[in-house]
Design a protein around this ligand. Sequence first.
Ligand code: UTP
Length: 276
Amino acid sequence: MIRKCLFPVAGYGTRFLPATKSMPKEMLPIVNKPLVQYGVEEAVAAGLENVTFVTGRGKRAIADHFDISYELEHQISGTSKEQYLVGIRNLINNVNFSYTRQNNMLGLGHAILTGEPLIGDEAFGVVLADDLCIAEDDGVMGQMVKLYNQFRCSIVAIEEVPTDEVHKYGVIAGEKMMDDLYKVTDMVEKPEAKDAPSNLAIIGRYILTPDIFDKIRNTPEGRNGEVQITDAILQQAKEGRVLAYKFKGRRFDCGSVDGFVEATNYCYENIYKAGN
Ligand code: UTP
């Protein structure tokens, strides 16, 4: 059973400067809710009620968001505005949050390894909160947990992207096992279009088995001393132990301005307005 979900939130968010100069990218709101709250809600809906953040300098607002604000509670107590806090109160009361800090931003692989003491020797989910996923029934992490329970191996979520965008992603080669499910045979990080093995791009949802930590330790540093998670997962794939899942739902790359605006418009029309 998967119980834990890791949120690497230490990155600088340079694509969103100057907004992210002193504010975490993960706290950018999509309408009236920060990105990271959407991600935590998705994890909790999938049954992952132990949430670990790998934070860094300047990210304290995330821990504050998932804690009680007594002054605010006192201020709005008994007013109609209390309804705005129902969702976040529910998370605060039901989720077990833990935090660790990545001192040097040495890439996603390094961030995940930093979370090892809080994850331990069990399979876990990873959510990159700047990839906002909206699904109709089960959330994307929920869909992946069901697959994990069946196949018991690492799983990456994938999406078909236009060929001229493959250079932004980790891209897989795989053997199709069934509808929407591939056994990964190769992975290339940010390939040029001509070198890409497919247009199936990895997005910010993973389930990883705990041997990934040793694989990350064995992964040589790349550019700028960064450790790519794709290289570590590729080692598992070479052992035939990684699936790629074309999820049901929509993903918005909210780490980019275009994706952020698209997500805002979509959520305003389909979630916010529909609920008011
Ligand atoms: P990104 O590639 O989106 O990097 O990281 P970034 O720094 O957040 O944003 P840009 O590209 O500069 O605009 C993917 C995820 O990995 C985390 C980020 O917080 C994000 O959730 N990350 C990345 C870390 O936690 N530590 C790192 O060293 C790098």
